[in-house]
Design a binder for this molecule. Sequence first.
Ligand code: NAD
Ligand code: UGA
Length: 447
Amino acid sequence: MKICCIGAGYVGGPTMAMIAEKCHDIEVHVVDLNADRIAAWNSDTLPVYEPGLSEIVERRINKNLFFSTEVKPTIKDADVIFISVGTPTKSYGVGAGSAADMGFVEGCARMIAEVCEGPKIIVEKSTVPVRTAELVQDVFNGYDKGHLFQILSNPEFLAEGTAISDLESPDRVLIGGEMSEAGKEAMETVVSVYNRWVPRERIITTNVWSSELSKLVANAFLAQRVSSINSISAVCEATGANVDEVANAIGMDSRIGSKFLKASVGFGGSCFQKDILNLVYLCEHFGLPDVATYWRQVLDMNDYQRQRFTRNVIHSLYNTVQRKRVAILGFAFKKDTNDTRESAAIYICRDLLEEGANIAVYDPQVSADEIHGLTSDKVEVCSSAEEAVAGAHAILVLTEWDEFKTLDYKAMYETMVKPARLFDGRNILDIEALRELGYEASGIGKG
Ligand code: NAD
Ligand code: UGA
């Protein structure tokens, strides 16, 4: 069997690497129009940082895992084609700011229809609005090739930073298809690939629309939990309750569960916001404004949390950060990834820059270019936490990198402008211990 995946990004790269690792007899090709990205996959410095990924790529590359820019010939040659391109929020025209931009998916469908002559299974791996398979089918029909293709939905549930373990033992794999004989056969083909390492009972098959919608709903529920606990963090700060203790107490109720209850400076990442906006847009489109309003609140609470944090920082620095050095520890949207898309750090830095602060950023994996995307001469990119902190009025811990838990905060304190302040936006530090070192310390949900 030959698999081709269009899109060598955070999903396409790791997912295909895992299939290649688990199925040595399957030829797995990942193609992308972005030549720099493909060159990076073929180099020693992969474009995606994920624990465990480089080892797998090293083992399988040019054996049964290939990265190339030869999009059309590779598509033509494949039995199964995964579409794993971006589906960002539309920034223009109808639906701007909430609908998903389906341009890349449509582009893939057209390319497939143009070059393919024989039957193929087309798999939507990208996160898409419900009924996208209809759009794809319509494009194929336009080329008179609709009969050649079976369109499946197989959304990806991996989280960045844990992509390899999530792919290796997923809670479930979801495959949606047509309930016709041909549809069931196509689903069985894709089931048989995953079933090489995922137990059959964890592979769910549904109709296409349920599969497409389940992906949006899963992200909406996860983000909703973060917004819920973040809303409670504000109540904790006002009342003296401790949000970690509250999260622990409610999380031990097995009906609630303990995961995704970590209060924070707000969720980031390329998908939560985009997918909730997508759901909101769909609800509006289908005449369900009350449902749309309900889900939009999850995003409003996230905005509130980021702004609340920045306001607290400014307030505690005597209401002005003009020309003050603020050290930012962590720029990625979560630990163990180099991805900064929609990172809370970006919003907080922008607001502080607007207030006239000088920002010194250190992140263990994010490249200087990425941080300089903030486009200000008041941003300094540092190569260690100590360098960022020296001469600073305040430290803001914005990503929960493990190395930030064990820094020598006492030694750093000595290099700071007094009274030195520390704000833990990720709830990873012992605020009381930091107070003992002399910091004016506070953390989300801990006053
Ligand atoms: P990404 O931007 O990292 O990668 C997409 C790639 O597709 C880019 O490299 C781009 O050059 C390429 N591309 C676009 N059009 C192309 C074309 N016509 N031919 C060849 N290549 C093309 O995006 P990503 O983070 O991998 O996300 C992809 C999809 O997966 C999105 O729909 C996203 O919502 C979903 N998803 C992402 C994650 C995640 O953790 N990032 C998790 C689950 C689902
Ligand atoms: C999320 C989902 O967890 C994946 O299942 C999904 O496949 C993916 O989105 C996607 O569709 O892109 P990801 O965004 O990579 O994965 O990372 P998460 O671990 O979900 O974290 C998202 C954000 O929420 C991060 O900023 C994280 O710090 C924050 N978060 C998470 C909290 O603030 N508190 C928590 O308790 C959990």
